[in-house]
Design a protein around this ligand. Sequence first.
Ligand SMILES: C[S@@+](CC[C@H](N)C(=O)[O-])C[C@H]1O[C@@H](n2cnc3c(N)ncnc32)[C@H](O)[C@@H]1O
Length: 282
Amino acid sequence: MNYRHAFHAGNFADVLKHIILVRVVEYFKRKPAPFRVIDTHAGIGVYDLDGEAARKTDEWRAGIEKIYRRTFSPAVAELFQPYLDGVGAENQDGNLQFYPGSPKLVSRLLRPDDRLIVNELHSEDAALLRRTFSSSRQVKVMSLDGWTALKALLPPKERRGITLIDPPFEQPGEFDRLVKSVIEQQRRFATGAMILWYPIKDRQRVAAFYRQISALKVASCLVCELAIDQINGDGPVRATGMILINPPYPLHDELKVILPVLCTSLGQTSAATHDVRWLARA
Ligand SMILES: C[S@@+](CC[C@H](N)C(=O)[O-])C[C@H]1O[C@@H](n2cnc3c(N)ncnc32)[C@H](O)[C@@H]1O
């Protein structure tokens, strides 16, 4: 396991992923029934942008830094606000030094009866997560293989929930494992919302992945892509995608507003592109 998210925290892909994650959680909160979020590849929860790893790549400067203090139209600002509030909560002195990962962003949004399970295989990272959430009765930290954990954790006892699957893509076969995780969730918790993250480095592989997901006949599935430059084979990630299974219904229209703004704010060349479309629609 070589991947350390500290090198990438707050980059353009995190911004897209975390805005979407927070919007989905916000929609779940519109109904009173409690829900559970399962984060199978959770990372360490909060990242020091002034730390050695972040300073080595400076990826966050092309991500969160570009939108953190920017002024947006009222409609866009309203959509970004819960996410930016989550970043602000880690930076109370006004400087942008810390970036919250998915566990931190979600945990601050939970209501008293909602639950969050964060799973991280790397033992040192899991220990950091445990320390962060040691006094929380709503957040449970686990340290299993994320793909195995998913099977053990579905269905959530609340029967309402969101699964985030955000693997490092450092080993071959991650797209196939994502497909298997959708099959698993369909079998055990078909009504659950699911958020899958992946890099776009090879368009043909991604197109095949979309065909594999389409063949599963999920009730509704949205795909959302953001490229900040020409895609880059084996080089640094320049384009990212998210599959959203059973997304809250209004998310499609929101993403149609969000994606062009992110593309303009984070795009690095005229090759920057974005796309939002249904792969399956209920
Ligand atoms: C992309 S990062 C997660 C970032 C996090 N979800 C966020 O948004 O803040 C992927 C994480 O998965 C962990 N990981 C790698 N292989 C894993 C596995 N088989 N099961 C669980 N975690 C794994 C890595 O240590 C890394 O922290």
